[in-house]
Design a protein around this ligand. Sequence first.
Ligand code: ADP
Ligand code: MG
Length: 335
Amino acid sequence: EVLNKIIDTKGSIRVFCRVRPFLLTERRPIKEPVSFGPDNVVVNCSGARKEFEFDRVFHQSATQEDVFGEVKPILRSALDGHNVCVLAYGQTGTGKTFTMDGTEEQPGLAPRAIEELFSEASLDHTHSVTFTMSMLEIYMGGLKDLLSARQSLRSYEASTKCNLNIQVDSKGSVEIEGLTEVEVTDFAKARWWYNKGRRVRSTSWTNVNEASSRSHCLTRITISRRGDAVGSKTEVSKLWMIDLGGSERLLKTGAIGRTLDEGRAINLSLSALGDVIAALRRRKGHVPYRNSKLTQILKDSLGTRSKVLMLVHISPRDEDVGETICSLSFTKRAR
Ligand code: ADP
Ligand code: MG
């Protein structure tokens, strides 16, 4: 039992929960539906009490610094040669983009992580470290290169034609054929490219919420680290930062036609992701990577040698309790 616990806490998959604060426009209910401990979340829903455990819980008052502080150690792993995956999961409007991108005044995980990588690399006097960056969007099973020069095209239809192929080499390393990879030599350049990718993503949609609820946005930083001694080998690792599509169940929202198809595509890939993580946590048996583009792309970064951090976002609102329970249950399986 104790041994199991040790193995478990040292496991490579960690699941955090973050609750968004009430917005100024929202009315706080007299009795809030969700309450928190340091590592658990309790939901009260029509008299029933459901409890969920996490590796760490971030309350309404948690700052971007607090969240980044918990993520920092795995950046070290990325620099040490491990593939790392940080994923923001949750219903639309619960703060995934706030956590990953943040705002000008309150920068999120991605800019902080990139800055940290540059600063750590500059302190390493025995290796030379270089970074490249790629960004892509997964929409209805198709991949869109967000840093390609051709992406000045406004129309989504035109750009999805350059559909990218996923390849796995003999060492098991996943590569996306034809995906633009830009070299980033300092933080300012990296941030410029990151903002460009985010902009390209949103211009092909009528609004940002639409884009983010129906597609996944993936940013990859590839780290090449070579010892300064003669004959040293280059070690390559990847850091993925992923703003997942909204996890809400569209059937209930009365979606029809294309919107319904888009919702189904997102729900299918999120459940494929849940299945992969659940299989990895069981540590044996078949891991079903093939069931979605998302899990195929992340195959070499969601494995036993990699570190995974899932950040589940939930809403504090009464009317979202159903979705909140779904989101919390998703990771109950993942843990
Ligand atoms: P999502 O990406 O999950 O759809 P957003 O990140 O767009 O959600 O968040 C929805 C709204 O809530 C935005 O206006 C955002 O600024 C705000 N918000 C989310 N999380 C926080 C937080 N921790 N603190 C302050 N505002 C937040
Ligand atoms: Mg978003």
